[in-house]
Design a protein around this ligand. Structure first.
Ligand code: ZN
Length: 175
């Protein structure tokens, strides 16, 4: 049962939580704490069936994201201090959801292709050129690191329709 306890230690932050609104600081040192945190993030994605996670979603304000697209035959990666270098310019719609905004799925417009730079867990600088679902998840998670949620990117009238659902989600932070 030890493992279950360890996993449950990572509680999700939901819509309305202050930590989701902060710009997360960069990681200066990839120490054991960072490695353990990334492992915890992969646990949370497995536990809650997420394909992407940003550290602030488990109450840690650091520029770290994890993505696991293995079920879609895509990559499984952790990226530290990710930064978008450029995009294709064309905006395409795609339905998004978020572990911090449970139960809501809405189409969001974002560029279809992007280039991202960041560090691996070994501290090696990598550049990733992504398209499709991978590009989508990268942008969604990088938004999190800048205090932005996908519902912020919806048209005002769409977001207004979600007001009562969002109010309910806010209350999950107090449980
Ligand atoms: Zn999210």
């Amino acid at each position: 049962m030890k493992q279950a306890t360890d996993i449950d230690h990572y509680r999700l932050a939901y819509y309305g939580s202050d930590i989701l609104r902060k710009v997360a600081p960069e990681v200066k040192n990839i120490d054991q704490g960072v490695i353990d945190l990334i492992e915890g993030m992969f646990h949370v994605m497995r536990r809650d069936r997420g394909i992407g996670l940003a550290a602030p979603q488990i109450h840690v304000s650091k520029k770290i994201l994890t993505i696991n697209l293995e079920v879609y035959r895509g990559p499984s990666i952790a990226l530290i201090n990710p930064e978008i270098l450029g995009d294709s310019g064309d905006e395409v719609p795609y339905e998004e959801g978020c572990l911090s905004v449970p139960g809501i799925m809405k189409e969001v417009l974002r560029p279809g292709e992007i280039s991202v730079r960041g560090l691996t867990t070994e501290g090696k600088e990598v550049q990733i050129d992504a398209d499709g679902l991978f590009a989508r998840v990268l942008q969604h998670e990088i938004d999190h690191l800048n205090g932005i949620l996908f519902v912020d990117r919806l048209e005002d009238y769409v977001r207004k329709e979600l007001t009562s659902e969002l109010k309910k989600i806010k209350k999950l932070n107090k449980k």
